[in-house]
Design a protein. Structure first.
Length: 195
């Protein structure tokens, strides 16, 4: 599972983050680079999406329609990939299929749309209603941002926040049409100890 930041760089949650002293203003770097995107960043659309090569999509990844992939299949006659996922907002099953993306080199690649996740700095964790208070990069404070109900994400956020070591960053999917935001993962940017 991974995400694309606003600069178009892919970061994998599977390979982990380099644990070292870094300037808090710097972003955590991805180690390994085994699944770096082979496509260039497309102009940002209203939906804040990115074209992702189908060969890079794994179970647990998040695709547009904001669903988490639970099954991947290939339609042999058409060569299209079909994805079954769970909608992050409604918890209903949804299906999607790939499309052909023509690269500048003339190569046709099966692709899907993936979201660009935003990174919010966690200011507080509310365990009772499974939400956080966070600050955007521009300094806007967002209250009651809901946390995805899986992988004990609220517990991990709370534990990392209470440990006070480094800055806790929440990965947030933002639906531009309805202004709905959901925290889908987190990471700790190690640096100076926050006491």
């Amino acid at each position: 599972m991974g995400y694309y930041d606003e600069d178009g760089h892919y970061h994998s949650f599977r390979t982990g983050l380099r644990v070292s002293n870094v300037d808090p203003a710097e972003r955590a770097e991805d180690v390994g680079g085994t699944r770096e995107s082979r496509t260039k960043m497309q102009p940002a659309s209203i939906l804040q999406t990115r074209i992702v090569d189908c060969r890079e999509v794994r179970l647990g990844d998040i695709l547009v329609r904001y669903c988490q992939v639970i099954r991947i299949s290939l339609n042999t006659p058409t060569g299209k990939f079909k994805y079954t996922g769970v909608d992050l907002h409604t918890k209903m099953l949804c299906n999607d299929s790939s499309f052909i993306n023509q690269l500048p080199s003339g190569v046709a690649v099966q692709s899907v749309l993936g979201p660009i996740l935003k990174q919010y700095h966690v200011l507080d964790v509310q365990n009772d209603n499974r939400s956080i208070t966070a600050m955007t990069d521009t300094g806007i404070v967002k209250q009651r941002v809901p946390v995805l109900d899986q992988s004990s994400l609220v517990g991990r956020l709370s534990k990392a926040f209470q440990a006070g070591r480094g800055s806790v960053v929440a990965m947030v999917v933002c639906d531009q049409d309805s202004d709905i935001e959901v925290v889908v993962n987190m990471k700790v940017v190690h640096g100076l100890s926050i006491s």
